[in-house]
Every structure is written in structure tokens, then in C-alpha cells.
Design a binder for this molecule. Structure first.
Ligand code: PHE
Length: 353
């Protein structure tokens, strides 16, 4: 019986050496360690053996069983390792290749420019006020002191909406952010009508004008409006604020100038230019030989507008300004055509990290 056990062990280990696949290994386990295997039959027979033989045979049978089980699990581990290596080799991957670039999103150049403008005014104490994109004729024109037959109110210049509304106060896409001046002043004044609080805000937002689309003008564009109202605000405050803004936006040494202009809602009115940074003021194609680039319109808030906003023009004064964000971004990045901003061409947008 002891010889038989040795034979069983030898046979099993030889058979195990030849196994090359995990499925064959299962079959081996059935054959040599399974319920009906010769080894298990030895265990079954133990009881019927003469008493004195039992301990030695039992011990030997246990040894063989342990040896085979150990050999089995070692082989199992080895085959598993081989299977993994084969799987890796059969995959066509070259780990020495450089990785693929992950395409990263970035902020639109207009968003970046608006953020920079907002940050500069925030440092000067201006809060951001959001006004509506869709306005009434009343807010967009009438309350801003536009005379009834001002050309800006013509159908050719504004997008009127075909919505039921009173005929003398139609609804339109705002043509500038200035109607937000009235909405903001009215909201602030309502806080304390007898003595309205001072206002210091910027109002960014989308505007639309029904115009020919060219390299210099789009039918949709963004503006940032600024408004400061208080008890002793002067034109010097306007000049100081905007000159400081231009230096922070375009560089500390930038030259600027104010030119008299006209807007119905400011008096006096001005336009602000900065020295052309392409030619340094000598005159070139970008500045149309003038040496200056216009960046914004501004002025002292018209008394009628203060009144319409709930601020007594005898007590209060203020300044306002409005700039096109596209224009600022074009100057800052040297972009020649405004249409790039809204054409969603990834090759253009990718350049603004
Ligand atoms: N709303 C004017 C425009 O669209 C700009 C402006 C704003 C001028 C505020 C003066 C004061 O051109």
C-alpha cells in the first residue's frame, strides 16, 4: 500500500508537469485529488486495514495529499501568470509611444477680456450689476433722453420683437447696455427714495444692432457700461477713473485723450482714445493714420437721466461710460476682424490661453 501511494504521487507529479493550460489543470485535479481518485480510495479503505498498518499508511496518504495540493496551487499560479503575459503580448500597444494630448477647454477671448475689465473696476470699488438683454423702447431710448425721431430708433438700427406690446413702447434687443443705468438707479433709489445711496457699478452684457456685418461691426456684441452717481462727482472723477483704467488695461505708460462727442444721455459727452500701440502714435493702418485708437464713449450723466432714475439732479451728479468688449479685445490681442469672435473656429479660439 505504501508503494502504491508513492506510485500515485509520482504519476500525479509527472502528469502535472505536462500541463500547459488552466483547463487541463482542472481535469488533473479531478483525476488525482477528486472523490474517485486512487488517493481518495486509499482513504476510503483505511478503515478496513489491519490496525497496525493504519497509522503508517494514513500518515503517508496525508503526506501525498498535501504534496499534490501544494503542487496543484503552484502550477495554478504559474499558469495564471503565463496567461497574463500572453494577453499583454497579444495586445498591440507600444508603451514607448508618447501619450495623446488631452484637448483642454479654455475661456473665450471675450470672457477673458471681460474678466480683466471687471477685475480692474472691482479694485476701484465698482460692483457688477446685471441688467436684461431684452428691453422696452422706453428703457432703451425714451428714459435715456433720446428724442422721438432719433435715427437710432429706426427699424434699420434695432431688432424689434414681434410681441404684443403697446405700439409706442415696443420690445427690442437692447442696442447698448445704457438702459441698465436706469434700472440700476431705480433699484438703488427705491432703497431710500428720500436720500438715495451712491451708485458705483459696471454693467456687462450682450447687445444687438441691425447693421451690416463687416470686419469692424457685428449685429451682436458685448458692452460694459459703467455708472457712478453721488453727491459731488465731477468730470475730473470720470477722467481720472478712465485714465487709470486704460493704464491698467493697456500698460502703465499708455497715453490717452478725451475728445468732445455727443450722446443724448450724457452732457457733456466725450470719447476716449488711447495712443496707437502699433505705431506709437506716428500713424499707421490700424489707427487710420491718426495715431489714436478710440476705446469708449463717456460723459456726465444727463440731468434728465438722473431724474428718470430717481436721483435729484440738483443734489446728485454722476458719470457714465460704455465700451465694446470686442473692440478692447481686438486692440489687446491684435485681432483684425470682429467676425472671428462669433464664428466658433477652434483654430482661432485655441490661441487664447
Ligand atoms: N451707450 C453708448 C454706446 O453704445 C456708450 C456710452 C455709454 C456713452 C455711457 C456714454 C455713456 O455707444
Amino acid at each position: 500500500m505504501l508503494d502504491e501511494l508513492s506510485q500515485i504521487e509520482q504519476n500525479a507529479l509527472i502528469a502535472l508537469k505536462e500541463i500547459a493550460q488552466e483547463t487541463e489543470l482542472e481535469q488533473w485535479h479531478v483525476t488525482f485529488l477528486g472523490r474517485n481518485s486512487p488517493l481518495m480510495r486509499v482513504f476510503d479503505q483505511l478503515g478496513s486495514l489491519p490496525k497496525e498498518e493504519r497509522p503508517a499508511i494514513g500518515r503517508k496518504a496525508n503526506e501525498v495529499k498535501n504534496t499534490l495540493e501544494k503542487a496543484f496551487s503552484q502550477t495554478q499560479e504559474r499558469l495564471h501568470q503565463i496567461a497574463i503575459e500572453q494577453a499583454l503580448q497579444s495586445e498591440v500597444s507600444d508603451i514607448s509611444l508618447p501619450g495623446r494630448k488631452v484637448a483642454r477647454g479654455r475661456l473665450h477671448p471675450l470672457t477673458q477680456t471681460l474678466r480683466q475689465i471687471s477685475a480692474i473696476f472691482a479694485e476701484m470699488g465698482f460692483q457688477v450689476y446685471r441688467s436684461r438683454d431684452v428691453e422696452t423702447d422706453e428703457y432703451n431710448f425714451q428714459l435715456l433722453n433720446f428724442p422721438p425721431h432719433h435715427p437710432a430708433r429706426e427699424m434699420q438700427d434695432s431688432f424689434y420683437l414681434d410681441l404684443p406690446h403697446s405700439p409706442d413702447n415696443p420690445i427690442l434687443l437692447r442696442t447698448h447696455t445704457s438702459p441698465g443705468q436706469i434700472r440700476a438707479m431705480r433699484e438703488f433709489a427705491a432703497l431710500n427714495p428720500a436720500d438715495p445711496p451712491p451708485v458705483r457699478i459696471i454693467l456687462p452684457g450682450m447687445c444687438a444692432r441691425y447693421e451690416q456685418i463687416t470686419a469692424r461691426s457685428e449685429i451682436q456684441f458685448q458692452q460694459v457700461e459703467g455708472l457712478a452717481v453721488g453727491k459731488s462727482i465731477t468730470f475730473s472723477d470720470l477722467k481720472g477713473t478712465l485714465t487709470d483704467f486704460a493704464r491698467r488695461m493697456f500698460g502703465g505708460s499708455v497715453q490717452s485723450r478725451f475728445r468732445a462727442s455727443h450722446f443724448p444721455f450724457t452732457e457733456p459727452s466725450a470719447e476716449m482714445d488711447i495712443e496707437c500701440f502699433v505705431c506709437g502714435g506716428v500713424g499707421c493702418a490700424v489707427c487710420k493714420r491718426s495715431g489714436w485708437l478710440e476705446i469708449l464713449g463717456c460723459g456726465m450723466v444727463h440731468p434728465v437721466v438722473l431724474q428718470n432714475g430717481g436721483y435729484d439732479p440738483q443734489v446728485y451728479s454722476g458719470f457714465a461710460f460704455g465700451m465694446g468688449i470686442e473692440r478692447i479685445a481686438m486692440l489687446r490681442y491684435g485681432i483684425e476682424d470682429i467676425r472671428y469672435f462669433y464664428s466658433n473656429d477652434i483654430r482661432f479660439l485655441e490661441q487664447f490661453v
